[in-house]
Design a protein around this ligand. Structure first.
Ligand code: CA
Length: 366
């Protein structure tokens, strides 16, 4: 099997979407007539990763066998390493790796979870990940949490998308929202709090202590992601599980986070390494006795690729992330992943198991 074409493009789910609101997809086509689908990190619409694929990676990969994906992409990573192996480059490589695993599955007739050694469970609980709570009023936070409870999540995470240039801007307000949500859902319902890097070390410890008192399950990215030692300092100071890693792009960097003291890591399949990379992260986390709970906010390809990995994790300790849902991506997929009874069902079709309507996709290509 040889790669004969690589398409890298944005998908505009609605005609009014700005460039930054679009998804970044890749299709790898082979001489066998197969198409593998992948997705890159959508930051700023994924344009930087798409450009790297078009300009630098496609010329390297045309003519190669996609079953050699790990060798091909590790070689490409080291060829382009001076672009900076953190972010746009790893997002590009992640998209290609996912597409090549989709091809491997279609070539063999097997779903990705079979190719990586099997699923512990094919019915997967999820947590509802709810963004935008820094700017919402307390009442509006409660209304959106109530609405998301209708999906029967196993847990809820409230995210505080704060201004990262203004740390500790409303600690009393943030704690008041955490308390109100706890009172709304009752003492036993699992909750998580995502600071999105909004605090200083001292501010984070203050918020973390409040979350401990409220019985929150984990406290995500309390300080700036690039302050790795500070992240570890907060993790070591608190009893609540502190998590980080969605903005970590290499295996050595994930190791640094673990060495600093973080005991729950959240690498993202569309930001680093794809399927191959996330499996390496899982091995590293297991070796250190650290929880791995992948970050995932992309509703279709990213989400489905992530489910295959989550299902395969030994000691999967937390439900899979499911970001603010919308039906606007559904027309492009004949079997869009949607939970039923609080569970996602792992696709059994070859590769990712997603059936793409290419005509609908083409209407949205940019
Ligand atoms: Ca997060």
């Amino acid at each position: 099997m040889r790669i004969i074409g690589i398409d890298a493009f944005q998908v505009a789910w609605s005609p009014n979407d700005t460039s930054a609101q679009r998804s970044a997809f890749v299709i790898i086509r082979t001489d066998d007539g197969l198409s593998g689908y992948g997705e890159a990190s959508p930051m700023q619409g994924g344009l930087a990763s798409l450009g790297i694929i078009q300009n630098h990676l496609a010329p390297i990969l045309i003519g190669q066998d996609p079953l050699d994906h790990a060798v091909l992409l590790d070689r490409a990573m080291h060829t382009l390493v001076k672009l900076g192996p953190e972010g746009a480059l790893t997002g590009a490589l992640a998209a290609l790796d996912i597409a090549m695993w989709d091809l491997k599955g279609k070539y063999t007739g097997l779903p990705i979870h079979k190719l990586i050694g099997g699923a512990w469970n094919t019915e997967l609980p999820f947590y509802a990940s709810i963004g935008g709570n820094g700017d919402r009023s307390l009442d509006d936070v409660l209304r959106i949490v109530e609405a998301r409870m209708a999906d029967q999540p196993a847990a809820i995470k409230i995210r505080f998308d704060n201004d990262r240039t203004a740390l500790d801007s409303d600690i009393p307000g943030d704690i008041a929202k955490a308390l109100a949500v706890r009172q709304l859902v009752g003492d036993r319902f699992p909750l998580a709090f995502d600071a999105n890097n909004g605090y200083t070390v001292g501010g984070a410890i203050r918020v973390g202590r409040a979350l401990e008192g409220l019985g929150y399950w984990w406290f995500e990215e309390p300080v700036q992601h690039y302050h790795v030692r500070a992240m570890g300092e907060v993790a070591r100071a608190l009893d609540i599980t502190v998590s980080a890693g969605e903005q970590t792009y290499t295996l050595p960097a994930l190791n640094d986070l673990i060495s600093a003291g973080v005991r729950m890591v959240q690498p993202d399949i569309v930001k680093m390494g794809g399927v191959t990379g996330l499996l390496r992260c899982a091995a590293l986390a297991h070796a250190h006795g650290v929880e791995i709970v992948p970050h995932q906010t992309q509703p279709m390809i990213g989400h489905t690729a992530n489910l295959h990995i989550v299902a395969s994790l030994l000691q999967g300790t937390k439900p899979a992330e499911w970001n603010d849902p919308s039906t606007r991506t559904h027309a492009v997929f004949e079997n869009p992943p949607v939970p039923a009874g609080g569970l996602f069902h792992l696709p059994e079709g070859p590769g990712l198991g997603l059936r793409v309507n290419e005509a609908e996709l083409n209407k949205r290509r940019r």
